[in-house]
Each structure stands twice: as C-alpha cells, then as structure tokens.
Design a binder for this molecule. Sequence first.
Ligand SMILES: [Fe+2]
Length: 144
Amino acid sequence: MEKYHLALKTAFASEYAFYLKAQFFHWNVEGPNFPQYHELFGKIYEEVGDIIDDFAENIRKAGTYTPGSFSRFSMLSAIEDETEMLPAEKMLEELLQDSEKMANMFKVVFQMSEDMGDHGLSDFFAARQDAHKKHNWMLRATLK
Ligand SMILES: [Fe+2]
C-alpha cells in the first residue's frame, strides 16, 4: 500500500511540475513563430491545469494525503525543473520528452490501480495517458 501511495504522489508531483514547465514556456517563448508556440504551450498547460484538482482529490480517495508544497513536489517529481530561457525548439523538445515520460508514468500507475481494484483511479490514469499522447503528437508535429 505504501508503495502504491508513493507512486500516486510521484505521478501527481510530476504532473504538477510538467504543468508549471508548460506554463513557464508559454510565458517566455520567443521567435518568429511566437503566436503558435505561445498558444500550443498555453493549450497544454491549461489542459493539465484543469485536472490538477481532480488528481489531488483522487489521491485523497485512495486513502492518503496529497502533497502541496514546492519542497515536497521537488522531492517527489520525476520531471526536472527548467530554469534557463531556452530557444523555442529546445523548449518543444524538452516538453515532448517530459510528456512522453508522463504518458509512460500513467501507464505504470494505471496498472497499479487496476491491481488494487481501484477502477475509478485507473480510469482517470487512462485518460491522463491519452491526454499526454495527444500533447506528444502536437509537440512532435510542431518539431517536424
Ligand atoms: Fe497566457
């Protein structure tokens, strides 16, 4: 049970870190394609932002506490912080890598929830995997 709860918290902290990074890129991206990049990063962070509260409450439903501080998030997150102002293409590449990591993490926690018989949560994780696959597609298509 403890391993399961830790995996849920790790996925939550990672998703939050991903959300913040997409927003950071939305704010700071520059270049001739600024409007498109600004909008793409905006679309991604808004999609993730909209599910954060549900995610947090799902962790409570699973019987443990939800982390909610920058120090806990940085301890738990598998998504590395970005502090540099990267060129647009590097931002797209980095967010694509992170989003692929998130899709894979949701595949893993999906299976853990299934094994726990927690079908409400596995359903949520299936939707998260699918949402990240869509972000992956859009980021990859933009990089071509
Ligand atoms: Fe904005």
